[in-house]
Each structure stands twice: as structure tokens, then as C-alpha cells.
Design a protein around this ligand. Structure first.
Ligand SMILES: [Ca+2]
Ligand SMILES: [Ca+2]
Length: 402
């Protein structure tokens, strides 16, 4: 006590802070803390560099990974089969020579506008198909009427649905129906993510009554038949001694001998300002300017045919194909065959649509009169569509091959 007093009296300087020696555990913890801080800074910096270099692209274009081609992938000129048909053309059919082609949508030439949800058309891959005969145009009402007359066939849309098909439906709602497009009024607020804004169930709509019970096919004899589901189309093909095209055959045919073009006629949507297919102009679904001359379905064969002499391979009505629909089929088949052409692919073994997993769907191709630049754009040659096998609508038809 005495010496402390003395010391205070002598020194005017502040006392140095008392230093408490650290325990070995505390020393180790401090070291660990420093190491973790420095590593954190390094990892964080690297993550930022990686993010700026690659991540921004992935964030802006989340689809691109699925679309990107292998590093050693090189496009080459596809080899086509000889043009000579094996014999005289069956009535109403043309010879599609077959050979190689690039199937799917090419990211680099992808027009990008209005192309909602086309991941399923990735990735582009080389395919070979044998030659085949194909109907020049979509099957018409006249042709379908002949089939019905000879066979007494009743389409799915004309049959009373079974309770098992629509489990939640009230019994009074189980009446024959099909799906009709209804153009919303100009002042209706439409969310393009909600297709029910323009599709409605119409009792009594069928191939014979394409716009509903009050309508008929009179005056529409040369229009493509609509309100036919996949199984109806298959029944017609069997009767005609034909079959539905595979998806690969359909796309080979649609391309009309052109290599990697966006549309069946080339890379420009319009030819000197003229529409090359029956699609939708204006803002879908409320405004249709009919620039191509048709608000709805056009008679078959009005627009210019493609290089194989096939009409309406883009637009007018969707066309059923034989393949099951699977959204990852292209990716898988391209992955399995990176360098050689896939020969006569028949589609996946089962159907899978991630948006409606419980439904069994087949492929549809070509888009319809409802395809528009601001929405569907399925007149792009490599794009795909799909439909539940017993469902029909007023924009879905088909054509046959043999
Ligand atoms: Ca049109
Ligand atoms: Ca068509």
C-alpha cells in the first residue's frame, strides 16, 4: 500500500494498460479466426469474379445451359437422300426424300421474341430419317367426313365423358364438349400466363360443329378438320392405310430441304411484307389485325407450299405426331449421340410434361392461326407443342404419312 502511493506521487505519466497473458486456447482461437476471415475474403472475391463472369449470363438466360452445345460440336452440311420417289405418288401425297437434318431450335438463330417456354426444343441435334410419303395438306373436313361416313366413327369430343375422366366434375357437366378459343374483349385485362382467359369448354363443339352447336362445316369443306384428339387422328390414319408422322419426320418435312432455317421458307418471317403462313397478327389474344387475310382457320393450300410441296407446315392448325411428349427428350437424345446422327427416332418411351405431370401427352407441331409474335411463335420450324391424347380444340388437326 505504501509503495503504491509513492509510485503515484512520482510518476505523472498514465499507466500502461495491464496486459493479461492469453491462454493457449485463446491464442489458437484467434489464429483460427484470422485464418477464417482471410479465407472468407478470398472465397468471397472469387465468388464475385465468377458471378460477374458466368453467373450474370446464367441469371439473365437461365435456359442457356440446356441450350449450349458441347465444346467440340461443329455444324456440318447434312446429307440428304436422293430425290427420286419409289413409285407413283399416292393421291394427295408428296415424296419427302429423307436424310439428315438439324432438329430443334438453334439458340444462335433463335428469334427470341414471344418465345415463351421453349426449353423443350433444346438442344439442336443431328437426325436422320428415311424417305416417306406425306399428305400435301392437313386432313380436311371433306376427307374426315368420308371416313366417318364409311366407318360410323364417333370422335372423342362427341362422346359423353366418363366420370373417371373428370373426377371432380358434377354429373350434369359430363356432356360431350370440346375446347374453343374465345377472343377476349378489347378492354379485358388478360394475363398471358393464364390460358383459361381465352379457352373455354363448349358443349356440343366437335368436328361437325367447329364453332359450337350452332355452327357447321358447310362452306368449310376445304378447311382442316379440328376438334380431333390424338386417338381420333390415329383411327383416321388406320382407315386411310396411313399413319401419323414421327416428330422427326414432321420436322424434316417442315424444313422443306433447307438447313437450319428459322421458318419452313427461310429466315425472314415475312416475304416482302407478305405473311407466309396463317398465324396471328396484332396483340394476342385480344387484337387480330388479319394481316395474313384470315382471322381464323384458312382453307388448306392457300399459302405458298414449302420446298417439298407441303402446305401449312407452319400455322393454320396444329398437327398431331406419333411421339410421346417428353420435355427433356431432345436433351437426352443429343447427350447420348453427340457426334453422329440419331436414326429414325421414335420419341421417348413415356410422356412427361413438368407442368401437367399426370397427363399423357403426344407431340403436336407447327403452331396454328392463334400463334402470335407476342405469345406462342410456334411457326418457328424447330419448336414443339403437346396435347393430352383425348383432348381436342378448334386449332388442332393432323396430316398423315405412309
Ligand atoms: Ca391469321
Ligand atoms: Ca399446320
Amino acid at each position: 500500500m505504501k509503495s503504491a502511493k509513492k509510485s503515484t506521487a512520482i510518476s505523472t505519466k498514465p499507466l500502461p494498460p495491464a496486459t493479461v497473458p492469453l491462454s493457449p486456447r485463446q491464442v489458437a482461437l484467434r489464429k483460427l479466426y484470422r485464418v477464417l476471415t482471410i479465407s472468407g475474403i478470398i472465397v468471397g472475391t472469387l465468388a464475385v469474379i465468377w458471378g460477374v463472369t458466368f453467373g450474370s449470363d446464367w441469371l439473365l438466360h437461365p435456359q442457356r445451359n440446356r441450350w449450349s452445345l458441347p465444346k467440340d460440336f461443329e455444324f456440318r452440311e447434312p446429307v440428304l437422300n436422293p430425290t427420286t420417289p419409289p413409285g407413283a405418288a399416292p393421291e394427295g401425297m408428296v415424296w419427302v426424300r429423307g436424310g439428315e437434318f438439324y432438329m430443334g431450335v438453334d439458340w444462335q438463330t433463335f428469334p427470341g421474341k414471344g418465345m415463351n417456354d421453349i426449353d423443350d426444343a433444346a438442344r439442336i441435334h443431328l437426325v436422320y430419317v428415311d424417305g416417306f410419303w406425306m399428305d400435301k395438306h392437313e386432313v380436311t373436313n371433306t376427307q374426315f367426313a368420308k371416313f366417318v361416313e364409311q366407318t360410323g366413327f364417333v370422335t372423342e369430343a362427341e362422346r359423353t365423358p366418363k366420370p373417371s375422366q373428370f373426377r371432380d366434375a358434377a354429373p350434369e357437366r359430363l356432356k360431350p364438349f370440346s375446347i374453343l378459343f374465345r377472343k377476349p374483349g378489347p378492354f379485358e385485362q388478360i394475363d398471358l400466363r393464364d390460358p383459361y382467359s381465352w379457352w373455354q369448354e363448349e358443349y356440343g363443339a366437335s368436328w361437325k360443329h367447329p364453332e359450337g352447336p350452332g355452327s357447321s362445316i358447310k362452306g368449310r369443306e376445304n378447311h382442316p378438320v379440328v376438334h380431333v384428339c390424338f386417338t381420333d387422328a390415329v383411327a383416321y390414319c388406320r382407315w386411310a392405310g396411313k399413319r401419323l408422322p414421327t416428330e422427326a419426320e414432321w420436322e424434316f418435312a417442315a424444313r422443306g430441304g433447307l438447313n437450319r432455317k428459322i421458318y419452313p421458307w427461310g429466315d425472314e418471317l415475312k416475304d416482302n411484307g407478305k405473311w407466309m403462313c396463317n398465324a396471328w397478327q396484332g396483340k394476342f389474344p385480344s387484337e387480330n389485325t388479319r394481316e395474313d387475310g384470315f382471322e381464323g382457320i384458312a382453307p388448306v393450300g392457300v399459302f405458298q407450299p414449302n420446298g417439298y410441296g407441303l402446305y401449312d407446315m407452319a400455322g393454320n392448325v396444329w398437327e398431331w405426331c406419333a411421339d410421346w411428349y417428353h420435355d427433356e427428350y431432345y436433351e437426352e437424345i443429343a447427350e447420348a449421340n453427340p457426334l453422329k446422327a440419331v436414326r429414325n427416332p421414335q420419341g421417348p418411351e413415356f410422356s412427361f410434361d413438368p407442368n401437367e405431370r399426370e397427363l399423357h401427352k403426344r407431340v403436336q407441331r407447327g403452331g396454328s392461326f392463334l400463334c402470335a409474335e407476342n405469345y406462342c411463335t410456334r411457326y418457328v420450324a424447330g419448336t414443339r407443342g403437346k396435347g393430352e391424347v383425348t383432348s381436342a380444340a378448334n386449332h388442332i388437326g393432323f396430316r398423315c404419312v405412309k
